[in-house]
Write a protein that binds this ligand. Sequence first.
Ligand code: HEM
Length: 88
Amino acid sequence: MHASYFVQMIDTSLTMLGPGVEILTEIMTELGEKHARMGVESEMYPIMCEALVYAIERATGESFSSASRKAWKEFFAGISNSMIQAGK
Ligand code: HEM
């Protein structure tokens, strides 16, 4: 169930980068509060990041470069930082 929520939210987040980033931050703040209430702790987010990067690397194969890895990690750090801060 979470895989589906997670991928949908990643997809939505990607479309909101740029001019929509302030609204994205608000959405992530609400989502972070909700996750904290469900018992999700900040240490769990980097594990999710590793899983996401691993899955994308497996799916895209040789076209996945070190620049791709860096970009995905930066993107994930951005959205998860908003969630983590909101959960504190
Ligand atoms: C950037 C990271 C994450 C994103 C984008 C994300 C996204 C979501 C979304 C969209 C939902 C559904 C919320 C709703 O029903 O309103 C959800 C639920 C949930 N998430 Fe996450 N999540 C993230 C990280 C995590 C982590 C690290 C954990 C814990 C290991 C976690 C555990 C859960 C749980 C337990 C639920 C409730 C599932 C359910 O109701 O079946 N999430 N998440």
